[in-house]
Design a protein around this ligand. Structure first.
Ligand code: GTP
Ligand code: MG
Length: 217
């Protein structure tokens, strides 16, 4: 019996991710892989970023969840081109499922495509989707120790949103401890304190994103 080991799955994914990159270039899409725990605020943050970006860029969303179309329905209600992928149990998106989503995404113009990964702070870190940028949403209620425990996720992030910033005081969240842990494993990635409740940090993060998109770093 043939056993497929993880290494093979990952190398197959690597090839498919490279193809996704070429496909996105052809479409003129800038792909942002949004990762974070269940309930971290990924959908809320994407909605706010799209509102800020929509004057300048066309946007679309690929929603990844184990089951349901709840997040996609939220986007659809807001008039955002969206496609839902259900992984049927898998704890992360992979390049092949994102490709299927890209092919069906009702966005014909060049623009930004946010890919909301399955809520998980472990598995998505290992799977390249062909994205241009990895945005990690780490929320205050999850605790300030997360960078010390989920090191691969914090290490692969290109930018981090410390989200639900409005809860820092009530939660007794120790920002210095969080930042120290983050900087031990990822010294470079910008960190933004954001809140979907107060709007804090959203325009700063949007500005940074827009510069990246314009220069296609
Ligand atoms: N206090 C506070 N709550 C927030 C903020 N952003 C989102 N929430 C709440 O957090 C909960 C989860 O938000 P979602 O945006 O659905 O989180 P998600 O990461 O997309 O969740 P999954 O897709 O299920 O993994 C909701 O009840 C939101 O109202 C924020 O900035 N501050
Ligand atoms: Mg969501």
């Amino acid at each position: 019996m043939e056993i497929i080991v993880k290494k093979d799955i990952l190398s197959k994914n690597k090839v498919e991710a490279r193809d996704n990159r070429a496909f996105a270039r052809e479409k003129g899409w800038y792909l942002v892989n949004v990762m974070g725990s269940p309930g971290a605020g990924k959908t809320s943050l994407i909605e706010m970023l799209i509102k800020e970006l929509e004057d300048r860029f066309k946007t679309g969303v690929i929603e990844g969840d184990i089951a349901s179309a709840i997040d996609a329905e939220r986007m659809e209600k807001a008039g955002i081109p969206v496609i839902q992928i259900n992984t049927g149990g898998a704890c992360h998106l992979d390049a092949a499922s994102v490709r299927a989503g890209m092919e069906k995404l009702p966005l014909s113009e060049p623009g930004i495509v946010f890919i909301e990964n399955v809520g998980n702070l472990v598995c998505p870190a290992s799977f390249d989707l062909g994205e241009d940028l990895r945005l990690l949403v780490s929320s205050v209620p999850e605790g300030y120790d997360k960078p010390y425990k989920y090191i691969s996720m914090f290490a692969v992030a290109d930018v981090i949103a410390l989200h639900k910033e409005d809860l820092i005081e009530a939660d007794g969240f120790e920002t210095a401890v969080f930042e120290k842990g983050l900087r031990m494993i990822n010294p470079e990635a910008p960190l933004y304190y954001t809140s979907a409740k107060t709007g804090k940090g959203i325009s700063e993060l949007t500005r940074w994103l827009a510069i990246r998109i314009d220069s296609r770093i």
